[in-house]
Design a protein around this ligand. Structure first.
Ligand SMILES: Nc1ncnc2c1ncn2[C@@H]1O[C@H](COP(=O)(O)OP(=O)(O)OP(=O)(O)O)[C@@H](O)[C@H]1O
Length: 446
């Protein structure tokens, strides 16, 4: 049985094939792409657990692409293949959401365990996704965790609006819980027995989004062989959650306005309107007022949507909630990994409290899951945190290049069992420079 799907993105045929063969021998099913465009197509079609991506690609940069892959396919883990000595790329890739990075030339003893860890994590995430899909809208107000006044205010507003049929606009940074709130509002409403359909507007191209939302009739465009129901029809009687509405093309925004005003829409290729009975909850992490000024968002749609706005606090604004959220995620993930994890060390919690959470609760959840997968003990400690947490690099202002360099040199030295000539070769620096750095950083060479 396959251990999972891995996609390699590299335009150098030989390197790609070599890596592909190595991993196929380990039991993975391998997919290959020579550029970003074809890679994204594969990701849209297949469940790919791990992506290994080169940095310099013919149609873009692999480090920058990490964010796009992770936002469209949050269950998929990305490992970036960096060039010799280019630690900055690796560090940036991790900041962009990569699982880790591999330096070209790293040997199999580093590559294979790393890929296997990324695979474990991704498989788990896919399992959770499938479970969540089966459970449908599973969040209720009671399952929204946190006790800070900031989150309590948001919950109180959402509870009130859930009883009505009003359109709601949820504003908040990525991962701050907008979809969770949308589900809770649905669950708390009179529509709770009908479907909750979540649509991520940024995951579809402009034309595709229209036919996904409203459906199409056969023959309306090349490839439309059969009639297709859109999300609005699927959500009939229930709630549709339009995530990242700020990404919607302006032409489509006009059509959305029509749905809000007239409760009807046109299927692609059909001239008679279809009536709809769906509550709309929209969300965005963009500043829509700015988007309006820049001509990217229609003000009439904004006013329609924003009749009832709820602003969700970022995790950095409610750090008080970190211990309870972290403990809850540990409790949830441990049984799924067949592990007994009783909690976390004070240093671990301290590192979480000091981190700058750009990905908010989603990032916290990922960090806990990652630590739970990596830990060999029953208490999560800082050794299972990513490198930037351990080094206090979470805050960009405190990120010290020297720490990154020290860590990397120490890692390479350990890797070559202290052989300095080999290490200098791998690091692509002179032996004297290496000696100077060992002294400067006080690196112990065993
Ligand atoms: N208050 C909460 N209690 C428990 N889990 C939460 C809470 N808020 C968010 N989560 C978890 O955090 C993750 C991210 O939440 P969600 O998808 O709702 O964020 P989002 O704001 O919609 O993100 P994006 O803007 O990227 O779509 C989810 O896995 C969810 O389970």
């Amino acid at each position: 049985m396959s251990k999972g799907h891995i996609l390699i993105i590299d335009d150098e045929d030989q390197l790609r094939k070599l890596m592909s063969r190595l991993l196929a021998l380990e039991g993975y099913t391998m997919l290959e792409a020579a550029n970003i465009r074809s890679a994204m197509k594969i990701l849209d079609k297949e469940d790919v657990q791990v992506v290994l991506s080169d940095v310099k690609l013919p149609d873009g940069n692999g480090v920058e692409q990490v964010q796009t892959i992770r936002s469209k396919h949050p269950q998929t883990e990305v490992i970036v293949l960096t060039a010799f000595g280019n630690i900055a790329d690796g560090v940036q890739a991790i900041k962009n959401g990569a699982f880790d990075y591999i330096t070209k030339g790293d040997d199999n003893n580093r590559i294979l365990p790393l890929v296997s860890k990324a695979m474990d994590k991704a498989v788990l995430q896919f399992r959770i996704r499938d479970l969540e899909k089966k459970l449908g809208g599973k969040y209720s107000f009671d399952s929204i965790l946190g006790n800070s006044p900031e989150i309590n205010n948001a919950i109180a507003l959402a509870r009130k609006v859930s009883l009505s049929d009003m359109t709601v606009l949820l504003l908040g940074e990525t991962g701050s819980g907008k979809e969770v709130f949308a589900q809770a509002i649905h669950q708390g409403s009179s529509r709770s027995q009908a479907p909750f359909v979540a649509v991520n507007c940024s995951a579809f191209g402009k034309d595709i989004l229209e036919s996904e939302l409203f459906g199409h009739v056969a023959g309306s465009f090349t490839g439309a062989v059969k009639d297709k129901k859109g999300f609005f029809e699927e959500a009939r009687g229930g709630t549709i959650f339009l995530d990242e509405i700020g990404e919607m093309a302006v032409e489509l925004q006009a059509k959305m306005l029509r749905v809000l005003e007239a409760q009807e829409f046109y299927k692609v290729g059909e001239s008679k309107p279809t009536k709809t009975d769906v509550r709309i909850i929209a969300a965005t992490n963009r500043n829509l007022e700015k988007e309006i000024n820049d001509g990217h968002f229609r003000s009439d749609l904004f006013y329609r949507l924003s009749a009832f706005q709820i602003v969700l606090p970022s995790l950095n604004e409610r750090r008080k909630d970190i211990p309870v959220l972290a403990s809850w995620f540990i409790e949830q993930v441990a049984p799924k990994l067949n592990k007994r994890i009783s909690g976390m060390t004070p240093a671990f919690l301290d590192a979480l409290q000091r981190h700058s959470w750009k990905g908010n609760i989603r990032e916290l959840k990922n960090i806990i899951e990652r630590a739970a997968i990596l830990t060999d003990t029953d208490t999560l400690d800082t050794s299972s945190l990513p490198f930037d947490f351990q080094q206090g690099l979470g805050e960009p202002s405190t990120m010290r290049l020297a720490d990154v360099e020290k860590h990397h040199i120490a890692r390479v030295l350990a890797h070559v069992k202290g052989n300095k000539t080999k290490a200098a070769e791998l690091l692509d620096i002179g032996l004297t420079t290496l000696y100077n750095k060992i002294k400067e950083y006080n690196i112990s060479v065993e």
